[in-house]
Design a protein around this ligand. Sequence first.
Ligand code: FAD
Length: 386
Amino acid sequence: MARTTDVVFAGGGVIGLAGAWEAAQRGLSVRVVDPAPGRGAAWVAAGMLAPVTEVSFGEDELAHLFAAAAARWPGFASRLEAATGWDTGFRACGSVAVALDASDRAEIDQILEFHHRLGLDASRLTPSECRALVPALSPSVRGGAMMPGDHQVDNRAFLLALIDGCVRAGVELNRDRVVSVSLDHAGSAAGVVTDGGEIFLAGSVVLAAGVDTPRVGGLPEGVVPPVRPVKGHVVRLHAGAREAAFPHPVRGLVHGRHCYLVPRADGSVVVGATSEERGYDTTVQAGAVHSLLDDARLLVPALDEWELVECIAGLRPGSPDNAPFVGPTAVPRLAVATGHYRNGFLLTPLTAESLAAYLATGTVPPPLDAFPADRHLPAARAGSEP
Ligand SMILES: Cc1cc2nc3c(=O)[nH]c(=O)nc-3n(C[C@H](O)[C@H](O)[C@H](O)COP(=O)(O)OP(=O)(O)OC[C@H]3O[C@@H](n4cnc5c(N)ncnc54)[C@H](O)[C@@H]3O)c2cc1C
């Protein structure tokens, strides 16, 4: 049996790793158990940090949560970079939204209105202003908007920095699959059990296994919030020796379909993403890749010449109201951190900070306290004992 820690995380994706790192910063002893840390949905993601463009009309409360999350990014990235020496690829570069036809243009105008209603900065762009900002854009682009608050992080560099940060902060990393939560005689969480039969005891257990969170065993019904897998394909292209001409991420509307192109410092671009309800299937499908490439090359015709370096699919942990589940459950000493859906990166600093605060004090601070982890469960409200 391994040494007891203050907290054990079942799952070391972007949420588990960042939560573990923040908890270790507060002086807690921390263990992360994951067969492949950082290789879940987070490895596939594009790393857009888009507080408002990701919100639908009517989701004002969510928009405020996302804005609070975005505000934490610069500080979190610089602390992690200072602790590890890594460049996480966080860039406060703003994004350009572009429209390919008149109805796409009208949709962007509506998004602009929503931005302005929330008091956020965003401005309309003419077609030539769009091309001045992103020279690679097609002459067919009908106009767009500058979204100065939508930034990006290099998802993979950030994950590698988090793993390094955890190791430097003394977090124990165990490459095992958690099969169940171990409960003590009083029904409180006491640790996790791995597929190898090992038990890792801890003062608190945090389930942070993305879409697999509800599949961890050993718990009564109605404790783990409902999370569903939402499949997303992305493709990665590389400019090779060509001029990339891509200073900002581009969010395109292509005859009503959404598409984004996120440039990386190494001359590659991430094109995404599909959104499909297909259960736990992560196979890469030709039709999805075809439609992503089709839309991307309508926005940036020069992509035809770029090298296709990767096609990959992952599963976003979706929640019924598109908000995450972070905090205590009905089982004492058991917390969850999942359901981050399309915005796991955007929400990472806020989630990590809130989890660490909860583990240290027993209280989830605002603004995440407005989204209790049991809000979609029929059972009584969860206790707050970490
Ligand atoms: C195509 C696509 C594009 C995306 N683009 C963006 C974007 O631009 N911006 C943004 O903010 N978000 C984006 N996301 C969403 C983001 O990736 C997720 O919200 C985020 O990864 C969720 O983090 P997580 O740690 O909860 O889950 P994951 O990243 O999936 O990590 C879960 C971890 O749990 C581990 N695990 C699973 N089962 C077990 C077990 N039984 N025991 C131990 N460990 C286990 C896995 O190995 C994995 O490491 C995108 C997602 C996809 C799929």
